[in-house]
Design a protein around this ligand. Sequence first.
Ligand code: MRU
Length: 341
Amino acid sequence: MDEDFRTLEFTPDGLRMIDQRLLPGVLEYCTAASSEDVASAIREMIVRGAPAIGAAAGYGVYMALLEAGDDRELFLRKCGLIRNARPTAVNLMWAVDRMMRKAEGCGYSPELLKAEADAIVREDIEANHALSKAGLAVISKGDTILTHCNAGALAACGWGTALGVIKEAHRSGMEISVYADETRPRLQGARLTAWELMRAGIPAALIPDSAAAVLMRGGKIDLVIIGADRIAANGDTANKLGSFMLSVIAKEYGIPFYVAAPLSTIDSATPDGQSIPIEERDADEVRCIEGISIAPAEMPVYNPAFDVTPHQNITGIITERGIIYPPFGRNIERIKSGEKP
Ligand code: MRU
């Protein structure tokens, strides 16, 4: 069911992406015709979700090479523009750096660079399916799962991470059900996760973000599964604002709290959560909903797009190579170097 749309694909006209700002009302694609367009599509959240941003950036670097020709300085500047489009999701920097390394290593061959961008997409879909299967180990038949933001096919190149695990459990006949947080202010849960859950036919209900505590205290949630934008070397995890609060409540009521993410989201160069840059977005995201003002126009706003869940609040990290349990620092290193968890 989920495979009937492509979040993004490269076409002769440029990078074609679902315009995620328009869902669930309209399923419409828009095309980024230049590397600058790709950077602005990432900034404006036409494409969003850590792995999808990384994949879009991969094609952006390929387009930058076509645009810059032999002018290496221009190529670097264009790559820098993409790399800086958003600060928190490490998949963006990871993909740009991978593409730039490839460009240098392959003598700036456009064909080989395009193949590398395609490989990022292919590997992400494979990783999502593998981690979704691994995630079944933490779910029991009949479980009710709480998820936050959108970590589904839309946020990745296909299938999804946290929502991938949920879809895998559903298709395995585990009779799970889901609560999806609406995820203020951009409403990725209400607009995108709800859309994906309905399409997949998974029993689910949408909740205001503030209802999570009541449900957890009432014994209505068996486990929480969220995605990630960047996992530091010690396991601290940046994800959509509100994830940290969920982790605190889950800990209070002894509810397992899992993060599902491909290894490309683990940033060993970032030692801990304090070192993760947190994006602050426009005040109007909070003052308005869908363009309609809901607060005084001049009202000051604090609008961090992400927060950091400390590793002490995380039960396990579900990856394509298996589930990482504490101590995260040591076990992340082991799994990244190819050892079995
Ligand atoms: O601001 P967004 O919508 O890009 O934030 C997305 C998230 O926080 C997702 O949970 C995360 O990127 C994981 S996506 C598989």
